[in-house]
Design a protein around this ligand. Structure first.
Ligand SMILES: *Cc1c(COP(=O)(O)O)cnc(C)c1O
Length: 223
């Protein structure tokens, strides 16, 4: 299958899920997740009409970014992987949206970089140790820090549930994130991936992050 066909299929899935949830497809932004793929593929995706790109690693995207700077004028680059404080400066330079703010310290450090950024709070809704993100009880403090920030605009919440190939297992996580967003009056919800975007959209997602369904299996790094 070509990228063109995959893109068409994903858009169709988004439209169908929106319709079955009584929502408009335009409410949902497709973020093309391009980690481990080269800049040339991002360019191809751009040529097909994709404008939102998700990357997990600051260092990896730093390498691709020089080849893509002309796309930045009308694309949005989202950081969707964990951000270490010591990479905040670089991240603020190359991303438009940081979806993974998960501590007061990181919020303050990002703000001090001076770049105008959109940010989301990554929430961890399970006890699974390996997942980054703020626990729900830490969220109010982070909101407070972000609302006090000079340069950051907080727009919503993001989550990455523990992996399960059955979307009905991840659905309760989506529902909990949506409830938390409602409680705090957020418009944006970044949740749902290749295999569970329908469930996420039914639960209110506004930003689905899709890699595999667009680009196929990610290349394994050379060893
Ligand atoms: C890799 C990744 C995705 C995309 O996953 P696919 O299953 O390939 O669609 C989405 N969100 C995050 C945070 C990721 O790391």
């Amino acid at each position: 299958m070509s990228l063109h066909d995959n893109y068409f299929r994903v858009q169709e899935r988004i439209a169908n899920a929106a319709q079955s949830a009584g929502r408009r497809a335009e409410e949902i932004t497709l973020i093309a997740v391009t980690k481990k793929f080269p800049a040339a593929l991002m360019r191809e995706a751009y040529a097909l009409g994709m404008r939102d790109f998700g990357e997990n690693y600051v260092q990896e995207f730093e390498g691709k970014h020089p080849e893509l700077s002309d796309l930045a004028t009308d694309s949005r680059f989202h950081l969707i992987g964990h951000l270490q404080s010591n990479k905040a400066r670089k991240a603020a330079d190359i991303f438009h949206v940081i979806q993974t703010v998960d501590s007061v310290k990181l919020a303050q450090r990002l703000d001090s970089m001076g770049a105008k950024l959109e940010v989301m709070i990554e929430v961890k809704l399970s006890e699974e140790d390996s997942k980054e993100g703020a626990s729900p009880d830490q969220v109010p403090k982070i909101i407070e820090a972000l609302r006090a920030a000079q340069n950051l605009t907080l727009t919503g919440l993001m989550t990455m549930p523990p992996w399960n190939d059955n979307p009905e297992i991840t659905r309760p996580y989506f529902r909990r994130l949506a409830a938390l967003a409602r409680e705090h009056g957020f418009a944006k919800l970044s949740m749902g991936m290749s295999h569970d975007l329908e469930a996420a959209i039914e639960e209110g997602s506004t930003h689905v992050r899709v890699g595999t369904a667009l680009f196929g299996k990610r290349p394994k790094p050379a060893v």
